[in-house]
Write a new protein. Sequence first.
Length: 420
Amino acid sequence: MRGAGNGRAGAGLVIAAVALSACAPSLRQQGQRVGPPGESSDLSGQGGASTDAAAAAPRAPSNPRLDGTQPIAERPEWMRTLQMPDIPLRWYPRVTQFLEQYRSEPRSREIMRGWLRRFTAHRAVMEAALAREGLPRGLTFVAMIESGFTSSAMSSRGAGGFWQFRPAVARAYGLEVSFWVDERRDLEKSTAAAAKYLADLHHRFGTWELALAGYNAGPFAILQSITRFNTNDYGTLCRVESGLPWETTEYVPKVLAVAIVEKNRRAFAFDEAGAGGEAGGPAAFEAASVPPATSFETLAARTGVKADELAQLNPAYLRGRTPPDREPVVLRFPPGKAPRLTTAALTAQNADVALTRVREGETLVRLARAKKISADRLRHLNGVLDDSDVTPGTMILVPRTRAARPTEPAAPLKGRRSPP
């Protein structure tokens, strides 16, 4: 289950939006209304936020109803003693509704249980990346509602990976998104990119509520709303007509709600979530350099590790083999299972294939006909599930001669497609 929509802007928009913070005075300096003045700086309604984070967030008015938040006295009694995560977000009535849902609705509980299991496995890597940027650890829950901590998650709008980056934004933050490789599926690299993106959004907007709204709707959508309604208070923008997209008004409270659930597993009867299976933290692995174009099937035969297991350990490689258009890459193997063959021996396995560039006007079927091989054989060799993935400029493998026998066809990877 993924977070709704994800309307992130393209790379140029991201860079432009973030750059505005360095060359333009803040909204507060311009004299625009920031929100009703108030006395309380408690973002969550019951503490838990750091002093620095509280200072950076919009101040709640003396009457909490004026900014749309829900005071402690109006929450169900069992919620009043819940521990708060370190993410500095205010408690809106929608947070209460989400918490009730995760406490009592069977379908929502089942989804949350799966999320919590995967969170335990990925937590250390994600929190370390966020800490390097000086960000709240609670931002890991953005990935929870975006992808459910699933590397292969892909939205209908082209957003993919753990953090549901669109290709343009992913590339702007240093991730490769290509025919052979999609680093949005790499936990460490994508989390490092997401941390930088979130830090840029926070630097631009000044509060985590607006930063997360920008992550969901795109930074320019938030800038336009701020300018149109003359306020940078998230609660106000949620309440005015056409202030923010509906999915964005749901998104920010949901991040806080799932963070609260994880912080209070016992209160939600999720004590067992994370026990066994994926709960033991990141899977142990051994790294080894592997030559270009080496298929996972070849490695499986040499190491005794199933090709599917290699694919799970190396989710960024989309085609069931190492990319043929570059130097050797480092793959992960189960401990003690790294290939013992020399690079030369592995390279020899690929002697019957060659690299070719798809030209303008060529399709996979036409290329197969020109090489006098079947289209299915060419698909298998390159792990292609959808012929539209093969576009002009793509580097693919072809047999050297008609009579040449490939070492083995790369088994198509179920459910894997190249990013747009």
